[in-house]
Each structure stands twice: as structure tokens, then as C-alpha cells.
Design a binder for this molecule. Structure first.
Ligand SMILES: NC(=O)c1ccc[n+]([C@@H]2O[C@H](COP(=O)([O-])OP(=O)(O)OC[C@H]3O[C@@H](n4cnc5c(N)ncnc54)[C@H](OP(=O)(O)O)[C@@H]3O)[C@@H](O)[C@H]2O)c1
Length: 336
């Protein structure tokens, strides 16, 4: 029997997860049944929402099961197939296990074209994070010419695209991120008007006030927490807040007393709307086409942080909560 590496959820974390919550082991390479495809993993995506799936709580996606292989976004190559829709050599993406090979049902895979975009883009700007930025900004944020948009988590996979989309709609865009390298990337490469390092600014609220002399109309929030506390008082009347994520609270255990934002929601008549990218599943094709066109026209840029080797998947995942990534965090497991 041919063997492969795979990663299981070993323990459920309380607070910050660590390597002890994962188990790397060898298991058999699965055989495929009727209408299935054997996929060799090339790139694995790690995403902050996976932290929620490590806990046994009810959410919009079921928790990972203890002792079972963790799953997430993967790009791979078909090595054998009993499906009429996929042939050996096709590149595919899908929601598959953290293992070197997956036996996947044909309806769980999508064929991708390596000539239209780099394979990695299908897990980033042309995949789930890009679509999240697109729908959050165009359906809820609704930035307009001359308005000011602020993005937290701005140098991440979602944030850097969200900010550029606001810019494409004519807004002035300010990013908030956690290192000077990231703030430099945002202003020098991604076209943000300004970027603020929330870890080194002594008074984030004051810095944002100076960066946004006309107040804030759109706040694309990836972080929540004290960053949002600094932003809310600067919101203009009838401002819009796509609540995309709240990464500042994902690893909190016990009581987590949040910022007092409610008076500002009332006073400034803010529209705060949480959303999950899958709410817009019916429009994914339109969103992906739009993002693809912007990329081809050079109106959208993106960055990736790619770790090497299957064993480094947990490290790359844990690094998301320390801000180790610029742009989309991926792991390269095998050659394209
Ligand atoms: N609603 C949806 O459907 C949807 C879909 C995808 C993602 N999301 C959410 O969108 C957010 C961004 O996701 P992503 O995939 O683009 O991840 P990402 O931004 O590429 O990576 C996470 C980044 O978050 C920042 N961060 C980590 N801990 C933080 C903390 N305590 N306070 C403030 N910032 C912190 C770090 O950057 P710094 O160096 O700047 O700290 C880190 O690089 C997450 O909250 C995620 O859950 C939502």
C-alpha cells in the first residue's frame, strides 16, 4: 500500500492554538471510486476562519472532527480519474483534506486554467478571499467617488483586495496593518493613499483622524477589537461597515470585553452588516470574472506568502495570528 502524509485535528484549543493541536501522520493513499478523481496536492490554503472550526461550536461551517483529517482550500493536479469531467493532468481546486493525495467526488472540484492566472491566485485573489473582498465591498461597503474607506487587516489576502476595490470605485483608501513592511507595501505597491501601523502608533485613533480629515464613509472590518474602537468615532453619518471578520477575538478565551461602539452606530446612523462570502454563491462567477479582468488589466495587484513543504502547514496557519503573512498565506506541497 502506498503511503502519504496527512494532518489531523489532535486536540481542541482554548485560546491560542499550537502545534500540539495537530497531528502529522502517515496514512494510505486512497483509491478512487466511480466518478471520483485522485488529486495530488500542490498548494494548501490556510485561513483564519479555520480557527473557529477547531472548536466544537455551532457556526456557518461545521467544526473539524477530532482525530480526522483537517480540510480546506487546495489546488492540485489530477493523477487518475474515473470521472468523465476530469482527465489526468487537469489542474483543479476544491475543498479537500490536508493530505498529499485526496480522492475527491467530481462535483467537489472545479477545473482551473494555469494559462489564465497563476495556480496560486485561485486560492487568493480569484478564490475565496478575493470574492470576500469583492462582495463585502460592492454589496455592503458601496464606496463612492470622493468618499473615504478604511480597511483593517489591510495587508492580508482579503484586506489588500478590498482596499483596491474601494480605490477602483473612486474612494480615498487608508489601510491598517501590523508592520512597516506591510504599510509600505500598501502605499507603494497596492495604491492605498495612506497606511497606519496599529502596533507602533501610540494613538491609533488620533493617527486615523489625521489620515481621514473628512471622516470615514466605509469601514471594511477584518479585525474588530481595539482597532475598530479607534475607527468607529470617526465614521460619517450613514457610513457602511461590512463586518468581514474579527480576528482579534478568535483566540480569546474567557470573557472578552469589546469596544463600546453602539453609541456611534446610533449617533452616526451606521449600517453594520456581517456577511459570509457564501451568501453570494450564486454570483461567484460574476465576481471571479470581474476580479480576473481587473488583474489582467493590471488594475489589481496582490501578494502571497508561500511556505515550502507539507510539514509546514500548521506553522503557516499559526503564523496568521502573529501577522507573519503579507497577502495570501499558502503552502507549497509539491511541484506544479
Ligand atoms: N466573512 C467571510 O466570508 C470571510 C471570508 C474570508 C476571510 N474572512 C475574515 O477576514 C479576515 C482576514 O482574512 P484573510 O484570509 O485575509 O487573512 P489575512 O489577513 O491574510 O491574515 C490574517 C492577518 O490578520 C492580522 N491579525 C492577526 N491577529 C490580529 C489581531 N489580534 N488584531 C489585528 N489583526 C490581527 C495579521 O496581520 P497584521 O500584521 O496586520 O496584524 C495577519 O496577517 C479574517 O478575520 C477572516 O476571518 C471572512
Amino acid at each position: 500500500m502506498e503511503m502519504q502524509k496527512r494532518i489531523l485535528l489532535h486536540k481542541r484549543p482554548e485560546g491560542m492554538p499550537g502545534h500540539e493541536h495537530f497531528k502529522l501522520e502517515d496514512g494510505p493513499i486512497p483509491s478512487i471510486k466511480h466518478n471520483q478523481v485522485l488529486v495530488r496536492t500542490i498548494y494548501v490554503s490556510v485561513d483564519p476562519y479555520m480557527r473557529g472550526r477547531m472548536e466544537d461550536t455551532k457556526s456557518y461551517v461545521p467544526p473539524f472532527k477530532l482525530g480526522e483529517v483537517i480540510d480546506g482550500g487546495i489546488v492540485g493536479k489530477v493523477v487518475s480519474s474515473t470521472s468523465t469531467r476530469f482527465s489526468e493532468g487537469d489542474y483543479v481546486t476544491g475543498h479537500l483534506g490536508w493530505q498529499e493525495y485526496n480522492a475527491a467526488d467530481e462535483h467537489n472540484l472545479r477545473k482551473i486554467d494555469p494559462d489564465s492566472a497563476p495556480l496560486t491566485a485561485y486560492l487568493g485573489t480569484l478564490g475565496m478571499p478575493g470574492l470576500t473582498a469583492y462582495f463585502g465591498m460592492t454589496k455592503i461597503g458601496l464606496p463612492k467617488e470622493g468618499e473615504t474607506a478604511v480597511v483593517s487587516g489591510a495587508a492580508g489576502a482579503v484586506g489588500m483586495i478590498a482596499g483596491q476595490i474601494a480605490k477602483l470605485h473612486g474612494a480615498r483608501v487608508i489601510g491598517i496593518a501590523g508592520t512597516d513592511e506591510k504599510t509600505r507595501y500598501l502605499t507603494e505597491t497596492a495604491g492605498f493613499d495612506k497606511a497606519v501601523n496599529y502596533k507602533t502608533e501610540k494613538n491609533l485613533h488620533q493617527s486615523l483622524k489625521e489620515a481621514c480629515p473628512e471622516g470615514i464613509d466605509v469601514y471594511f472590518d477584518n479585525t474588530g477589537g481595539t482597532i475598530s474602537e479607534a475607527v468607529y468615532p470617526l465614521m460619517n453619518d450613514f457610513g457602511r461597515i461590512p463586518q468581514c471578520g474579527a480576528i482579534s477575538s478568535y483566540n480569546k478565551s474567557g470573557d472578552d470585553y469589546g469596544p463600546r461602539i453602539h453609541p456611534f452606530i446610533v449617533k452616526s446612523r451606521l449600517r453594520v452588516q456581517g456577511f459570509i462570502v457564501s451568501d453570494y454563491a450564486d454570483e461567484f462567477q460574476t465576481g471571479a470574472q470581474k476580479l480576473g479582468t481587473w488583474l489582467q488589466e493590471g488594475r489589481l495587484v496582490y501578494e502571497e506568502t508561500i511556505n515550502e513543504g507539507f510539514d509546514s502547514i500548521p506553522d503557516a496557519f499559526l503564523g496568521l495570528f502573529e501577522g507573519k503573512n503579507l497577502g495570501k498565506q499558502l503552502i507549497k506541497v509539491s511541484d506544479e
